[in-house]
Every structure is written in C-alpha cells, then in structure tokens.
Design a protein around this ligand. Structure first.
Ligand SMILES: [Fe+2]
Length: 428
C-alpha cells in the first residue's frame, strides 16, 4: 500500500530494480514532469516504474499524494529524456494508469537540465499548485479543529478552491460565516492595539476593518504590480487560508487568514521588502538542497520572525510575530538573544518551530536586507543566474551568451534613462 506522502530515495528506486537515480543531460533531452493516477493496489506503482526502467528512463524524483478519487493515488515523476522517448513513456504509462499527462516539459536552457524543475511563468504555477497544496492537506492532531467535522469540511472546501484555481480565472471568493468574522474581529482588535508600540513602521493600514475579512481579490488589487510574487506566496499558504475556529481564536497551530492578512500582506506593500522577498525566491530557483535549506532559514528569520531598527528602537516585522500576541511581546523583551542581520550566520542558525524563538536577527533596514541577500545569492552554487522580467512576468535563465547579451542590452536601456534623469536633476 502507498504511504500518504512519500518521496522515494535513490536506494528505494534501485531496490525496485530500475537503477534510475542518475541524470541524463543530452542536447535534445528535456526536463519533464509527468503526472499519473493509479488505484491503490499492490504492484501498480512497481509495474510502471519497471516499464520506465526498461525504457532506460532515469527518474530524478517521484512524489505521491492521495488522489481526489477515493482509493486512488496521484504521482509526479521527474526525468530528463528526448521527446520521442517521453511520448513512448506516456503511451506505456497510459496502459497501466487511470490518467496520465505531462505537467511540464523542459527547454533548451543549457544549465537547467542539471537542476530540479522550477516555474518560469505564472501559468506554470497551475501545475505546481497540486504539488504545493498537497503538503498542507492533512490536519495535525493538536489542531483545535481536528475533531470537528464541520471545520474540516470548511477547510477542505477552501483548499479545493485553491486546487481548482487556474491562472486567468476570477480569484475565488469565500463567504465567511458570522463566527469566522467574529473571530477575525477579536484577533484584529487585539493585534492592532499592539502594533503601535511593537510593529515596524512599514506595518501599514491596508484598509482592513474588524467587521470584514478581505477577499483574496481585494488583496491582489492592493498589491497590484506584484502578481507573481503574491501568487507564489498565496499558493504557499492557501491550504490554510481559513480561520481558527471560534472556541480558540487566540490559538491556531497553522498559519491562517489572520497570519496572512495581518502578518504578511502589509509588508509586501513596501517596495524594498517585496524586493527582498523576491530575491530569496529567485535565489532558490535551481539551488542545491544545501543552499535551499539556508534560504528557507533566512526566510524564517526575516519574513516570519524578523526584527528591524526604527530610529533608536527595535520593532517587529515578521508575520509570525505580527500574528502572535504572545511572541510579539516576548520578542521585544530582554529574554531572547538578538543578533545583527547577516545572511551567512542566519542561514545556518538552528531554530525551534513549536516554541518562541530563542534568537532573532535585527536588520538596519529593508534596504539592507535586500542588498545583502542579493550579494548572498551570488555566492550560491548553481550553473546559471536568473532574472525576473517584469514586462513578460517570467523568469529568465541567463545561461547562454545570447541571453546574457539580451539582458545586458535591457540594462543598458535602463542605465541610459537613469543617467539622463540624474543629468536633469543635476542641471536643474
Ligand atoms: Fe507565514
């Protein structure tokens, strides 16, 4: 029987007799992610893996999750192969599965075949969403709603909205219940009363009110101009875009709508903070597992639990702090240890996930954070650099001479405008 969520190791794949865990990087070979769905019965998966092995296809990863259809399981396999071989593989999988399709196929980027697949444009997130959302699908036993069938049903409904959303469709609307709005109001009043003294000045009023939980469409309009960034973030957390149940308004073990809207959204309205967050995202594309761990840790100590100087004072800006009365008070007391912002140190700092942080990092400003994380990203080990093209809203992989020259030409245009603007200011 299949585990609920598994990631096979190379050892397991080799045990299956398929010897699959090597990368194939050929001039015509494309990085491909294939989805297939099969019934939960002994030998079903092994059958498909053996078929791929017989075709000499080397998988680089395989993930599973329970299917929407009861008793079935969905799989995502990544491999690099030439297009004809991919077609043959699809035909073979089709014979042995209920459904099969290509989730994404690669390109001719020179270095990209050497790293795990990553999204390049907003629509890529449609296929990626199923992978991301599956990680938050299960409720932990300590969740206040664990034994509440109505809460579980509500949570599943919101998750399904995120799962079925596709780029270009109207953003889903949630009709919040009276109890949910009441919970929001309790949390909103308590937290807002603390922000004046504890929150960083970048904590802006986003037009929220205690009687109304904003819709995701309202937030999207508020953060206009940062759709890619926001969508990434939204996908990360939309499984929990619900709200704590009424008996426990001050406790939720997972990020909820209060965490997202009161903690994260106001910061993304700040251009330096939004750039900082985007730099972490760009640095993560194609990064090694070791570097990804460092970037995730930096994210933890900044976007979730960061402190920042404000004049002679220190204030909180991390969403994990801005959405927790207890930790917001604690982080500015004399109990925790405060260290200066430093990506190298932060990236390897240990931290607990179920208690208040013993260590926080204090930045001088969001601009310092943005500049230093950019510098840190250049030290990471990956075979190419990436750039986010705001015009096409896509990720450009700078791994060939032509692409670098095109990028240089675009920067040259910006530099010309910048010099002209400086020139006019100086002359005026
Ligand atoms: Fe968060």
């Amino acid at each position: 029987m299949f585990a609920k969520r598994i990631r096979f190791s190379s050892k397991t794949l080799n045990l299956l007799g398929t010897n699959m865990f090597t990368r194939l990087i050929g001039s015509k070979a494309e990085r491909t992610t294939v989805y297939f769905s099969i019934s939960d019965r002994v030998g079903a998966l092994e059958n498909i893996l053996k078929t791929l092995g017989n075709l000499s296809i080397s998988l680089t990863s395989i993930e599973s999750r329970p299917s929407k259809t009861k008793g079935d399981y969905d799989f995502f396999v990544d491999f690099t192969a030439e297009p004809d071989l991919v077609k043959t593989a699809l035909k073979e999988i089709e014979k042995k599965s209920k459904e099969v399709r290509i989730v994404s196929s690669g390109d001719d980027d020179a270095g990209v075949g050497q790293v795990p697949w990553f999204p390049r444009k907003i629509s890529d997130l449609d296929s990626f969403a199923e992978k991301v959302l599956s990680y938050g699908a299960e409720l932990d036993a300590d969740h206040p709603g664990f034994k509440d069938p109505a809460y579980r049903e509500r949570r599943q409904m919101i998750t399904n909205q995120a799962l079925t959303y596709r780029h270009g469709n109207p953003l889903p609307h949630v009709d919040y219940t009276e109890n949910e709005i009441k919970t929001w109001g309790i949390v909103y009043r308590k937290l807002r009363s603390m922000y004046k003294t504890h929150a960083c000045f970048e904590q802006q009023n986003c037009g929220y009110s205690e009687n109304n939980i904003p819709q995701i469409e309202d937030i999207s309009k508020f953060l206009k101009g940062r759709p890619f960034l926001f969508r990434l973030h939204w996908l990360d957390y939309s499984p929990s875009y619900g709200i704590a149940i009424q008996p426990a308004p001050f406790y939720t073990p997972e990020p909820d709508v209060c965490h997202e809207l009161l903690g994260h959204v106001p910061l993304y309205a700040d251009p330096d903070f939004a750039s900082f967050s985007q730099e972490i995202g760009l640095a993560s594309l194609g990064a090694s597992d070791e570097d990804l761990k460092k970037l995730a840790t930096i994210y933890w100590f900044t976007v979730e639990f960061g402190l920042c100087k404000q004049g002679s004072e220190i204030k909180a800006y991390g969403a994990g702090l801005l959405s927790s009365f207890g930790e917001l008070e604690y982080c500015l007391s004399d109990k925790p240890k405060l260290l200066p912002f430093n990506c190298e140190v932060m990236g390897v700092q240990e931290y607990p996930i179920t208690s208040f942080q013993p260590v926080y990092f204090v930045a001088d400003s969001f601009k310092q954070m943005k500049d230093e994380v950019k510098e840190f990203a250049t030290s990471l080990n990956r075979p190419f650099a990436v750039n986010y093209n705001a015009l096409t809203q896509s990720i450009e992989v700078l791994d060939t001479k032509d692409k670098v020259l095109r990028y240089a030409a675009a920067i040259k245009g910006d530099m010309t405008r910048l010099i002209s603007a400086i020139d006019k200011i100086v002359k005026s």
